[in-house]
Design a protein around this ligand. Sequence first.
Ligand SMILES: *Cc1c(COP(=O)(O)O)cnc(C)c1O
Length: 373
Amino acid sequence: MIAELTIDLDAIVRNARALAALVAPARLAAVVKADAYGHGLVPVARALAPHVDRLCVYALEEAVALRDAALDAPLHVLGPVPASDLDVAHAANVALTLWDDGTYARQAASVARRRRKPFAVQAKIDTGVARLGLPYARAGAALAAYAATPEFDLRGAFTHFAAAEELDSSFTDEQLARFLSAARELGGDIERHAAATAAAMLWPQTRLDLVRAGIGLYGIWPSSETELTMRGRGLRLEPALSWRTRIVAEHTVDTGGSVGYGRSWRAERPTLVGTLPIGYAEGLPRNAGEAASVLVRGRRAPLIGRVCMDMAFVDLTDVADAAAGDTVTLIGRDGSDALSADDLGAACGTIGYEIVARLPAAVPRRYEGAAAG
Ligand SMILES: *Cc1c(COP(=O)(O)O)cnc(C)c1O
């Protein structure tokens, strides 16, 4: 084993239950894009499907992978589907995200006509992220056109927030008002949804009919503000993923000596250095040696030097008896201490989201829990 990712599917299911209880009576959709935030698309989707209203993916390929794995849960593709793939999307029985009132919408309608079944459609309204969506100020006409198109089964309208992980921003309320105004003419049977994990936690008025939760399902907080607020209210989320490797070699580096490329780290004392067999190709950011720590024998040990493509360095001087072969925990628990994806993210100048989403699909994942079957 060079590195191993262990995923506790029961923790994911417990997180889904806790989030579903938090947002009820709004329904819960599980966002499993980016290989289920690095946790593994198919096993996570299988574990979650019985506990959520639907699954949201980004790309059509992810939806097809779930159908190929015999998952028949409702699926919503959040991202763009090329016109050339509309037949595949229709055959996979997914809800398509629409934000176009021109050629693309006509192409989707013509695929549905040819295949003799309406296309399930979710209309995306841009209220301030400026990414995808009908501009809110003129969304009403396009929504009315979708609703009046017999080839479309308009299921819902949705938007996405730009700054919902902060409490001291009024922009979330502004976006919500823009969205509700743009969607006001829609019939009552057409669902409205807006909140992802952070908004559902900090802004209860955004829960509407459905919450699209991603990061919280995996037991990672969207921000320190959500963590502080929701822990205070008794919400428990359990991190589901552990990332471990082993020390493969040890060296003593004398005072003044260096490790790795660029010689960016210099020993200020005789230092016991361990070599780890993973690097940025395995998902460890190249700058992790500037501030991140790992756990060895239940103790924190700092990463040092510049992370290489496939290797990295750890200072073992203060870990009594550390030896080649010892387990190294990058994310997860070891004894009484634990490191989160966010701890590693913060030390690398990023967020837990990016750390887990960039874990390569090629690293073996081991699934634990009753939901793993
Ligand atoms: C990623 C995403 C979500 C989930 O966001 P989290 O912060 O992970 O809960 C919800 N909606 C859309 C449109 C997204 O792109």
